[in-house]
Ligand binder design. Structure first.
Ligand code: PGA
Length: 249
């Protein structure tokens, strides 16, 4: 049995004060909830406040990106060691907004993923096709390519903590959700590719999250799919009640 992981991706929203306010409201709503793992990934500026606010709770904190070097002249970046020093345990890698707007490539995703794994962080590695690729029937090829390149030179042993998020780009922030069946099909493609790369046992235990307009209204249908091992939630994670409802789907 794979334990589900429900993750919030706050993107570029909320100040430290708003972060504290969120957890004041959110934590009591989910305090009795131990079924799944819960992670919130706020902007870097809020990480310290988030770690402090969630101490001795069942919610973990993640970053939204990580650089592959331990330190250096890389303006605007953050290292795995810096995240760890704050008490951060998870990190999103290769989100489609990074790929679309900040020149993130399959190669840099691979480097970031390796750095996160090496440091002992739990990476949530995002893959997903854009609308034109889906319409051209290229979804499976795109997912396979993104996986092969992201996992390049990563051993199954090193990858033990790896989590993958399938996020069809056309479903992110658009209100369009992949149907549970369509998401499950894509997850199966990713799992098969993971089996090729890391072996059957690894693939059977690999958690693959779905992301793209997950809301309280569609969470339970998505989570009911055996292939779907959790969710990566953007917009609907910004409101404490709404994210708590998703956590408790
Ligand atoms: P969304 O974002 O839930 O707002 O569609 C998901 C994501 O980008 O991770």
């Amino acid at each position: 049995m794979r334990k589900k992981l429900i993750a919030a991706n706050w993107k570029m929203y909320k100040t430290p004060d708003q972060t504290r306010e969120f957890f004041r409201e959110f934590l009591p709503l989910v305090s009795a909830h131990n079924r799944d793992e819960v992670v919130v990934c706020p902007p870097d500026i809020d990480l310290a406040a988030a770690v402090e606010a969630t101490k001795s709770s069942n919610t973990a904190i993640g970053g939204q990106n990580v650089h592959w070097k331990p330190e250096g002249a890389f303006t605007g970046e953050i290292s795995a060691a810096m995240l760890l020093a704050l008490g951060v345990t998870h990190v999103i890698v290769g989100h489609s907004e990074r790929r679309q707007y900040f020149c993130e490539t399959d190669d840099t995703v691979n480097q970031r993923l390796k750095a996160a794994l090496e440091a002992g962080l739990t990476p949530i590695c995002c893959v997903g096709e854009v609308l034109e690729e889906r319409e051209a029937g290229l979804t499976d090829d795109v997912l396979r390519r993104q996986c092969v390149r992201a996992f390049h030179a990563v051993s199954a042993k090193k990858a033990a903590k790896l989590v993958v998020a399938y996020e069809p780009v056309w479903a992110i922030g658009t209100g369009k959700t992949a149907t549970p069946e369509l998401a499950a099909e894509a997850h199966a493609v990713i799992r098969r590719e993971a089996a090729e790369i890391f072996g059957e046992d690894f693939a059977a235990n690999l958690r693959i999250l779905y992301g793209g307009s997950v809301k309280p209204e569609n969470a339970s249908a998505l989570m009911a799919q055996e292939e779907i091992d959790g969710a990566l939630v953007g917009g609907a994670s910004l409101d404490a009640k709404s994210f708590a409802a998703i956590v408790k789907y």
